[in-house]
Design a protein around this ligand. Structure first.
Ligand SMILES: *[C@@H]1O[C@H](CO)[C@@H](O)[C@H](O)[C@H]1NC(C)=O
Ligand SMILES: *[C@@H]1O[C@H](CO)[C@@H](O)[C@H](O)[C@H]1NC(C)=O
Ligand SMILES: *[C@@H]1O[C@H](CO)[C@@H](O)[C@H](O)[C@H]1NC(C)=O
Ligand SMILES: *[C@@H]1O[C@H](CO)[C@@H](O)[C@H](O)[C@H]1NC(C)=O
Ligand SMILES: *[C@@H]1O[C@H](CO)[C@@H](O)[C@H](O)[C@H]1NC(C)=O
Ligand SMILES: *[C@@H]1O[C@H](CO)[C@@H](O)[C@H](O)[C@H]1NC(C)=O
Ligand SMILES: *[C@@H]1O[C@H](CO)[C@@H](O)[C@H](O)[C@H]1NC(C)=O
Ligand SMILES: *[C@@H]1O[C@H](CO)[C@@H](O)[C@H](O)[C@H]1NC(C)=O
Length: 590
């Protein structure tokens, strides 16, 4: 993906911390970067202390430096490979991704990672200004191949290139060779903006036995998934019509296209025949912050994707995640027969913090992704391997949470935890009415309906990373509303009080899901806390919210933070089960 917007540029103000553990609010002075005025810290040296405690312990990141998109994820010969957009020179965001390379790490379990040398670097005319995002495909069972975007020049002209492992017997596939006939795809399409043409998908096989890929593009000012065909993955011909296109935005990047079987938790391999009854998913990344998806069918006759529902306004499209989660990429894991998806989660402190910390950007926990039995919604859940990091289990049953109750969850390492909690509704009569206009801006509704605003049913949920006096805390909570036909659950991850540091970007993320009270009665929440990462799964993975937080409590040497379950709704809720664990450190970030 291309970073044209630097999210942090407009985040003003910064507090710096010193090694004594005492927090000093230092003076900030305005300075200009030529594009506008922002604030930068006076004492970057002091800020470097920040790094140690905000660094995650079980989310993926390389030992140091800037990363963004995951790319080319695959399982091959007993090894998981993760490639990522990487700046080998430092933890700063390279100017519009010029010269960015493919970092490379490998793992046996998706949890512990071995860091390798970069796999693909800009050193040929067809990628000389940068090796951008792409995908891996495994041809005829044993030939891995990568297709990626090459940046040609400072005008940002883009082409698609191929790379192959130099030695398939090397278990880690350390070295990659570029194809002689690169670029394999040129931006020669009427109406195509050649600087908006990138991030090819994993290949799939059509009924004619030919490979296909889709490439994200701006075509005549709208978004398109351009479709290409090939017999050998090297010589590509464009299919005249796009796989799908839409007026909802002007460009899609980081496309992902995959098949799912309703109600089956298993994944499907796109390089084999897709079973009858399967649905297809087109995932697009847009506006630098949103990973949206459509469920539909792949019309083999027309060679086109046909969504089940077409919503003109993209704000209403379902999202893979409603928080800080972008450029997601999925792959088929043939070891466990599942599909896995993950994404880049950027830092939301300042760009000078990126430099001070020496690292910037993490990937979400790898998540299993599948389609619900109605064929209407994708569900996601952390891969079960992360449960191997759990330790010190605590367990509570049959807690009753009345309006205003706060129950402290003790006995675990609250900075690094995995919490699973169920909330059972005792009645539905108190549900407040649902207003469909909230769907256009769920963040706004989460700001209006915070944890301290009493409702009929909810807010109830977790308060995490809370300081002794509650001045600092992050809330993850639910509310239940009555709509015309059913009930709608709002899930919020509210960061507005997550840090005492001034000027941080602290939104209240939110998403809605439908709830069948008669059948379900319970709403589940799982939250993974990993220092500056808070990753939550609501309603069994129907709404997922990834968030980044920078509490002062984490920098302070006390190293402890409180965690509570709470209810601020009129109706009492029961917690039939609450389980929580401390999480050990993975070899993810060493
Ligand atoms: C980014 O690179 C472009 C092209 O080299 C250059 O024109 C621009 O000034 C650079 N911007 C910054 C902030 O360095
Ligand atoms: C890293 O530094 C090298 C050597 O100066 C330079 O050629 C390359 O473009 C830089 N890469 C990035 C991503 O800035
Ligand atoms: C390929 O890798 C295998 C396993 O590491 C090694 O034994 C072999 O020598 C390598 N071949 C070449 C040509 O480097
Ligand atoms: C092509 O896209 C770039 C953004 O990368 C934009 O600045 C430019 O105006 C677009 N060109 C046309 C002809 O639309
Ligand atoms: C590439 O494929 C096209 C369409 O199948 C074919 O006409 C052409 O000869 C091929 N080119 C090469 C170099 O193989
Ligand atoms: C976008 O809108 C224009 C004007 O209504 C229409 O002609 C065009 O077909 C639309 N394109 C797509 C991809 O829907
Ligand atoms: C993306 O941006 C376009 C253009 O500004 C806007 O119309 C659209 O609603 C945005 N989509 C989302 C999901 O925010
Ligand atoms: C519950 O609401 C009260 C009153 O608005 C507020 O003081 C309290 O902080 C809220 N509890 C939580 C956990 O936010």
């Amino acid at each position: 993906m291309l970073m044209t917007v630097h999210l942090q540029g407009w985040l003003a103000g910064l507090a710096c911390m010193f090694s004594t553990g005492i927090v000093f609010q230092i003076l900030v002075r305005p300075c200009s970067n030529g594009e506008g005025v922002f604030f930068c810290p006076q004492s970057p040296k002091a800020c470097s202390i920040v790094g140690k405690r905000y660094r995650t312990d079980y989310h993926f990141q390389p030992p140091k430096n800037w990363i963004n998109d995951p790319c080319g994820s695959m399982y091959y010969n007993g090894v998981y490979h993760e490639f990522y957009q990487y700046n080998p020179n430092g933890s700063y965001n390279p100017n519009i991704s010029y010269n960015i390379v493919w970092g490379h790490s490998v793992s046996m379990d998706l949890i512990n990672w071995i860091n390798l040398e970069p796999a693909i670097e800009p050193d040929t005319p067809s990628d000389i200004s940068g090796c951008w995002t792409g995908s891996a495909t495994i041809l005829s069972g044993d030939q891995p191949i990568i297709i990626y975007t090459g940046l040609l020049d400072i005008q940002k002209h883009q082409v698609q290139n191929i790379a192959l492992p130099k030695n398939r017997s090397d278990p880690y596939l350390r070295e990659w060779t570029k194809a002689h006939n690169n670029p394999v795809i040129q931006p020669v399409v009427p109406g195509l903006n050649s600087s908006q043409f990138r991030d090819p998908t994993t290949g799939w096989i059509g009924p004619d036995g030919l490979w296909r890929i889709a490439v994200g593009a701006e075509l005549n000012g709208y978004s398109a998934a351009l479709l290409y065909k090939s017999e050998d993955f090297l010589n590509w011909t464009r299919v005249e019509h796009p796989l799908y296109s839409s007026n909802s935005s002007n460009m899609w990047e980081c496309l992902d296209f995959f098949a799912v079987l309703p109600g089956s938790g298993g994944g499907l391999d796109l390089s084999s025949a897709i079973p009858n009854g399967a649905k297809h998913v087109l995932k697009v990344s847009m506006n630098c912050t949103d990973d949206m998806y459509m469920i539909g069918v792949y019309d083999l006759k027309r060679d086109a994707f046909v969504p089940d529902t077409v919503l003109d306004d993209s704000r209403l499209w379902p999202r893979i995640d409603y928080g800080n989660f972008y450029a997601s990429k999925s792959f088929f894991d043939s070891k466990h027969g599942r599909r896995i998806i993950w994404a880049w989660s950027s830092e939301t402190d300042s760009s000078s913090d990126d430099v001070a910390k020496g690292w910037a950007g993490i990937h979400s926990i790898p998540r299993t992704i599948w389609l619900d039995s109605h064929g209407k919604q994708l569900l996601q859940w952390p891969v079960e391997e992360i449960e191997s990091l759990r330790t010190n289990e605590i367990n509570h049953q049959a807690l009753e949470l009345k309006k205003g109750d706060l129950f402290e969850i003790k006995g675990i390492e609250t900075l690094q935890a995995d919490v699973e909690i169920d909330f059972e509704l005792t009645s539905i009569n108190d549900a407040d009415p649902f207003d469909p206009s909230w769907l256009f801006d769920t963040e706004k509704h989460c700001r209006e309906a915070g944890a301290s605003v009493h409702g009929g049913i909810g807010p109830f949920g977790l308060v995490i990373l809370a300081s002794d006096n509650m001045e600092e805390h992050t809330d993850v909570h639910f509310r239940v509303y009555k709509s015309q036909q059913n009930y709608m659950v709002l899930m919020c991850s509210d960061l507005r009080r997550s840090s005492l540091r001034p000027g941080l970007y602290t939104p209240a993320y939110g998403g809605f899901f439908e709830f069948d009270f008669e059948k379900e009665r319970k709403i589940s929440l799982r939250t993974l806390i990993d220092r500056s990462a808070v990753e939550s799964f609501g309603g069994g993975g129907r709404v997922c919210i990834m968030a980044r937080v920078y509490p002062v409590a984490l920098v302070d040497d006390i190293g402890c933070a409180h965690m509570y379950a709470f209810n601020n709704g009129s109706a009492t809720v029961i917690v039939p089960q609450l389980r929580a664990w401390s999480m050990r450190r993975a070899q993810a970030s060493v």
